[in-house]
Design a binder for this molecule. Structure first.
Ligand SMILES: CC/C=C\CC(=O)SCCNC(=O)CCNC(=O)[C@H](O)C(C)(C)COP(=O)(O)OP(=O)(O)OC[C@H]1O[C@@H](n2cnc3c(N)ncnc32)[C@H](O)[C@@H]1OP(=O)(O)O
Length: 729
């Protein structure tokens, strides 16, 4: 096994144009600088340096990919083999000119290696960047010291602290690469290397330069620190990146390297780095979907999509239309009335125009959108996305029509956030082609797509929806059919606890502050005001929890078998719907206002409400807010795993990171639970459940109890316990 790997992983050596050594980094799929590659590179580079016939060296990557950086998997283990810092130092110190031929990508350690070379030539489609910060790290093979010595401090700081990847043309403008070509970058690098043989190299060694600084560098760095603190939402890596770059200003190169190493070691052992690296692999794992039937991404093919239709041009339908067109799929956009069609068309065309200006689209977009009231046009499409109101009878009516109007093999998708896919499918003649596609608003921006299969959905329909997610550059996650699916089923408990906390004595400002300190960009009450309280109100009505369809048998504060908070319903009934009405949980300067301020009415109302219902107010501390909001949500995650609605904790975590702005440096709810410690989560749920026996969702799930009873195994091994848990044998 090791031998096979060793054969595939190497720094391959060959000679070109007589006197040029070409070293090809070879470690599929993205030529990461793993232990084996570093060992091989060390030997190969020495050989090239020692060979008197070699006058210049070119470094490139196999299969048109320069290098994807260090092997992230190795960060979890013990470090061995030659260090990247030393290898790059060898390259920079070489007396022979070394040229990097960058095709595909030079990321992280890959870019650091390229910066050690004396020249860099990139293909126009190549990307370069330092994504380390997104993995909870910093460029620690000299990157944080060499980049500021090469380009402006402002650009170096921005690239290192954000992890933004840039195109070769932008890298050329900034001065990171020396030449860009749309021909073969390796051929160009070889020719270039031949031309520079014998020329002095001193000025090309970045470690010998000093960092060029703006006039008032101290205040520049102070402002940068304040801005990073404000935007990093508790993430430590951006701050460490800044400290490293700061060292490049005030220290020698060697001292800077030492600081870089010190900071790297601190980050590497932090929980945030573990969480972010987990998230990197979790995101990729979602592509490898499976269904309980045994169908998987490997054994199922997607249908080609030549044309799609979107039904319903409200906010969601508009965003979905734009997302499809951005993915290169022509769309027939359908509405039921002329007025709605015209309104939808105007907004969609202006959204497309904006995307065009941002260079996200080509001019052809005008021909890619057609607008009609005529459902008969749907005959031509391979896929339909229905995006009308969240109302079961309306959706069923539409799917019945689709069933007779569309071609027999058209994939029929419903954009629903809660409704039963199977009930919708039941009115069609092709239930196997019905699949849920839960988009998140704004649909042309938000990355997440929950792909929901019902009991009759075919693997082909799922594969096609997942393929479409990829085409739209979204992260698709395949989940089973249940009320609210994964994301909203868990979110419901998060929101519910927040309302209960208000009843018990907290105020929206307090709850939001704790959640924002945890790392959410906005607390739950601000989010609720922004999206409109009536969204949840309509869902509650549809579920028979409130309104004309309310299921009899409950009481004012007890419905559907547990405690119920009618606070949101009361606000909605009074017309306090959030930002759009100028008042919700907060007060706004005017309807449509954006700045939340103290809502005196709400505070008085809460006092009266507590008094009226005999609720004993208590002091709600930060820990209680965080635990009451997050642990029931996590508990529901365990139920979802038990029921196999989500295939893995990774899937749940990715849904939360990409759909609900869960702070990525906490990995996602399930990873967070593993970091906090499952016994603690279990104890706290038991504790709160004892105090609030009328909230059944606080009762710990049997899977959580089982995991704790088994010594709280690492998250990567939970699958075995779930299988065992579900086994009917
Ligand atoms: C001393 C410290 C020095 C340096 C620090 C570093 O270099 S940290 C690493 C910095 N590099 C990155 O963060 C790059 C991460 N990778 C990517 O962004 C993308 O994978 C990439 C390279 C742009 C390719 O994208 P593409 O969409 O083509 O492929 P995909 O992402 O699905 O990846 C293919 C498989 O490769 C695995 N992989 C990619 N990069 C790494 C890596 N750096 N380490 C380990 N593994 C990596 C990825 O997980 C995929 O695996 P698979 O099993 O097929 O799911």
């Amino acid at each position: 096994m090791t031998q096979t790997l060793a054969a595939a992983t190497m720094a391959a050596y060959r000679r070109a144009a007589g006197c040029i050594a070409v070293i090809t980094l070879t470690n599929p799929p993205v030529n990461t600088l793993s232990y084996l590659l570093r060992e091989s590179f060390y030997e190969t580079f020495r050989r090239a340096n020692a060979d008197a016939e070699v006058k210049a060296i070119v470094i490139c990557g196999a299969d048109g990919k320069f290098c994807g950086g260090a092997d992230i998997k190795e960060f979890a283990g013990k470090f061995s083999g030659p260090s990247l810092v030393a290898l790059i130092d060898d390259v920079e110190q070489s007396k022979k000119p070394v040229v990097a031929a960058i095709e595909g990508m030079a990321l992280g350690g890959g870019l650091e290696l390229a910066l050690g070379c004396h020249y860099r030539i990139a293909h126009t489609k190549a990307q370069v960047g330092f994504p380390e910060v997104t993995l909870g790290l910093l460029p620690a093979a000299g990157g944080s010291q060499r980049l500021p010595r090469l380009i402006t401090l402002t650009s170096a700081l921005e690239l290192i602290t954000t992890g933004r990847r840039i195109s070769a043309p932008e890298a050329l403008k900034l001065g990171i690469v020396d030449k860009v070509t749309d021909k073969n970058a390796l051929d160009m690098a070889i020719d270039f290397a031949r031309d520079i043989i014998g020329k002095p190299l001193e000025s090309r060694r970045l470690s010998l330069r000093t960092t060029p600084c703006p006039p008032d560098v101290e205040s520049f760095l102070d402002e940068a620190l304040a801005s990073i603190r404000k935007h990093s939402r508790g993430a430590i890596a951006p701050l460490a990146c800044l400290q490293a770059v700061r060292a490049s200003v005030y220290s020698t190169f060697d001292e800077g390297l030492k600081k870089e190493q010190e900071l790297f070691k601190m980050l590497l052992t932090s929980g945030q780095a573990r969480a972010l690296q987990y998230s990197f692999f979790a995101q990729r794992a979602t592509k490898k979907w499976s269904m309980p039937s045994g169908a998987t991404w490997k054994n199922t093919s997607a249908r080609p999509l030549r044309k799609a239709a979107v039904i319903g041009l409200g906010t969601m339908g508009r965003g979905i239309t734009v997302a499809l067109i951005k993915a290169g799929i022509p769309v027939i956009a359908v509405e039921m009335g002329l007025k709605q069609l015209e309104a939808g068309k105007t907004v969609i065309m202006s959204m497309l125009e904006k995307e065009f200006k941002k260079k996200q689209l080509t001019k052809a977009y005008r021909e890619m959108a057609a607008f009609t009231l005529d459902l008969a046009k749907l005959q031509e499409v391979d896929l339909v996305v229905e995006a009308v109101f969240e109302n079961m009878s309306l959706k069923k009516q539409i799917f019945q029509q689709l069933s007779s109007l569309c071609s027999a093999d058209a994939i029929l998708c419903t954009n629903t956030s809660t409704l039963d896919i199977d009930e919708i499918a039941s009115v069609t003649t092709t239930p196997h082609l019905v699949v849920g596609m839960h988009f998140f608003a704004p649909a042309h921006v938000m990355k997440l797509l929950e792909v929901i299969y019902g009991p009759r959905t075919s693997p082909t329909a799922v594969a096609t929806a997942m393929q479409l997610a990829q085409q739209m550059e979204k992260v698709g996650v395949v989940v089973g059919n249940c009320n609210g699916f994964v994301g909203n089923r868990m979110f419901k408990l998060y929101a519910e606890q927040a309302y209960f906390l208000l009843e018990e004595g907290a105020i929206p400002e307090q709850v939001d502050q704790v959640l924002e300190d945890f790392g959410f960009p906005m607390g739950i009450f601000k989010v609720s005001d922004l999206s409109g309280l009536d969204i949840e109100w309509k869902i509650r009505q549809e579920q028979g929890l409130t309104g004309p369809k309310q299921i009899p048998g409950g009481s004012f504060r007890h419905r559907a078998g547990g405690r119920y908070s009618p606070l949101l319903d009361i606000l909605c009934e009074r017309g306090y719907l959030g930002q759009k009405t100028g008042q919700g949980w907060y007060l706004y300067e005017k309807p449509g206002g954006r700045v939340p301020t103290f809502n005196l009415w709400l505070h008085k109302f809460l006092e009266e409400y507590r008094e009226l219902h005999g609720i004993q107010k208590h002091y709600v501390g930060q820990d209680e807010i965080l635990e009451r909001c997050l642990y029931p949500l996590i508990n529901m995650g365990f139920h979802i795993l038990e029921e196999r609605i989500a295939a893995s904790p990774e899937d749940i975590d990715i849904i939360y990171v990409f759909g609900y702005s869960w702070p990525r440096h906490w990995g996602g709810p399930m990873f967070y639970a593993s970091m906090v410690g499952l016994p603690r989560v279990l104890d706290k749920l038991n504790y709160y459940h004892e105090i609030h026996p009328d909230i059944p969702t606080l009762e710990p799930s049997s899977l959580l109890k089982k995991l704790v009873a088994n010594g709280s195994p690492p998250i990567g091994t939970w699958g075995a316990f779930i299988k065992e848990h579900n086994s009917k044998l």
